[in-house]
Design a protein around this ligand. Structure first.
Ligand SMILES: CCCCC/C=C\CCC/C=C/CC(=O)SCCNC(=O)CCNC(=O)[C@H](O)C(C)(C)COP(=O)(O)OP(=O)(O)OC[C@H]1O[C@@H](n2cnc3c(N)ncnc32)[C@H](O)[C@@H]1OP(=O)(O)O
Length: 260
């Protein structure tokens, strides 16, 4: 696959490093999501792999979230396939038995934030120009219940409610204060710190850690599994509305104008 090059390396420590590399901004296209899920599945099935560090190969951007062009002016069949791929990615990552550490080395709005939130631990570069959050409301769209559940499980109900309603993108220091990321480190120390955190988590017996993780996450995962088809239908009916299409087109235009 060409669009989302994901470098993987499993060292002697049993840790893989996955680097998003889909210029210009690591947006989560159908192709990217499919490749990401396949990579996660392969690592999950590899007994030599006990943990994965997820980061970006691009400067300044971890991931710009779902590829908005996948949600604009496409067929029902396309929306169905795309949304199933988003669900699949989350089910695999949030439900992973591996230790997952996000080394957030750039901005991470919406779907990018979801990836970080789905990991066991988040370390972010301490650059106030980098921001993270579920900003869907700013685009005139609504974060689905499982994005919200994942967010609540990290920061708690009150912070999630305010942040989601306002569609806030939090600069790194604020994200740390809110508990949205666990640690801030200078950018050049990010991977070193991620490896140290990984070693700490891997020092425990896998079975105890894995069963605990399942216990903490199962209810939220089961909720999507039980309502998967309904969630796809909701996405299609939402994204097919002309008012939503208009909001997404305006947002894309705003991104382009910002450049000129
Ligand atoms: C009631 C029940 C409801 C159920 C509803 C169900 C579902 C609906 C919810 C769907 C959920 C969506 C979650 C998402 O992830 S939506 C995506 C949100 N993402 C963003 O808002 C980020 C937008 N991008 C940016 O803010 C910036 O691009 C940046 C990431 C900060 C990087 O800035 P910069 O380095 O300055 O780069 P540019 O802005 O110039 O971008 C370069 C290039 O890339 C295009 N682009 C950027 N982001 C995206 C994207 N997410 N998708 C597609 N394309 C993107 C941008 O337009 C530029 O393109 P050109 O070079 O062609 O101009």
């Amino acid at each position: 696959m060409a669009a989302a090059t994901l470098a993987r390396r499993i060292g002697r420590s049993g840790v893989a490093v996955m680097k998003f590399k889909s210029p210009p901004v690591n947006s989560l296209s159908l192709e990217f999501l499919t490749e990401f899920s396949i990579s996660l599945e392969k690592l999950e099935n590899n007994r030599a792999c006990r943990g994965v560090i997820i980061t970006s190969a691009l400067p300044k951007i971890f991931s710009s979230g779902l590829d908005i062009t996948e949600m604009c002016g496409k067929s029902i069949e396309h929306y169905t396939e795309f949304w199933r791929a988003v669900q699949e990615m989350w089910l695999r990552l949030y439900g992973s038995n591996m230790v997952t550490v996000a080394a957030v080395n750039g901005s991470s709005p919406a779907g990018g934030c979801l990836i970080a939130l789905s990991c066991d631990y988040r370390i972010m570069a301490e650059n106030p120009k980098f921001s993270i959050g579920l900003n869907e409301a700013q685009l005139g769209i609504v974060a689905p219940f499982w994005f919200k559940d994942t967010f609540v499980n990290v920061v708690g109900h009150r912070i999630a409610e305010r942040s989601l309603q306002l569609g806030s993108l939090h600069p790194a220091p604020e994200a740390h204060k809110l508990g949205l990321v666990d640690e801030l480190v200078p950018e050049e120390k990010l991977m070193e710190k991620a490896a140290a955190v990984m070693a700490q988590w891997l020092a425990l017996p896998d079975h105890a850690r894995q069963l605990t993780k399942t216990m903490m996450r199962k209810a939220v995962l089961d909720r999507l599994v039980a309502h998967r088809e309904e969630d796809i239908k909701n996405f299609i009916s939402f994204v097919s509305k002309e008012s939503i299409q208009k909001s997404l087109r305006m947002y894309m235009e705003m991104l382009k104008k910002k450049k000129s």
